[in-house]
Design a protein around this ligand. Sequence first.
Ligand code: SF4
Ligand code: SF4
Length: 319
Amino acid sequence: MTKPKAAFYWCASCGGCEEAVVDLNEGLLDVAEAVDIVFWPVALDFKVRDVEALEDGELAVTFLNGGIRTSEQAAMAKLLRRKSGLMVAFGSCSHLGGVPGLANLTSRDALLDTVYRQASTVVNPEGVVPQVLTDLDGKELVLPEILDTLKTLDQVVDVDYYVPGCAPPAELVAQAVTAILEGKLPPKGSVLAPDTTLCDTCPRRDSKPADLALTEIRRIHEVEVDPARCFLEAGVLCLGMGTRSGCGERCLNANMPCNGCFGPTSRTEDQGAKLLSAVASLFSGEEESDAERLAAAVADPAGTFYRYGLPASLLRRRM
Ligand code: SF4
Ligand code: SF4
């Protein structure tokens, strides 16, 4: 019997999502048993021409991780979309933009200037930055164009499903693969994870005070948090109230607060705005100066509330 064909591809991301697939361990053998992996550049030596040679729709599914930051990534996303029955945005960066999406707070030119000219570890006396076309000893070297804005996968191609997380946990990956193979899928556009918040499933939730009021904001290294108590009680920002559950409470189990990688539930349009509003509503004090003091204590507000979701937010980028 012919097995369904699958592809994995990596765009603007750290590569942790590829590790998440490997984290399936022996489960990867079950995947390889059930599907033919015909394109997975990080692990297997297939070429783009092998994808181009496929019929349109011949791939049952592509799992694509990473946001879209270069012309090559955009072209590959479009090619894989055309060749795939299902396109799955895999991991926070593909789903929401992820940490690389914070570069939307600046411009491409400013970014290249920082990375290639200003960084203290860089020696680049001629101030060279990557160019699309470079003449190299009479030969033309072509590099992908770095786009000005990082986009989520669904801002570039039609996406069927989302597997959230930085990186998606192995159990969720296994469930997603099983659901696809068995055809037991929710409506198109669904995030393949529970549609409840992390606070709903958190083992510490009973210690979250009903009348919680923040009088101080502390960073995790500034306080010793009781592993059985809600982080907010200690003044540490934990973003479980605006973050989808399904990760297995990974950070909480390591006594670290949630920083939002699973993105919002279906009832929230803009995770950062929701979190900002939720945290601000907990500020305690009589005077405006109390709120100002607490707001000033939030280190890196954009990186705190929009760490994973700036490109998918209503703001999308700095104008
Ligand atoms: S804020 Fe964090 S620690 Fe507190 S209940 Fe929610 S997820 Fe748990
Ligand atoms: S606790 Fe939050 S940041 Fe950590 S894995 Fe879960 S959703 Fe992601």
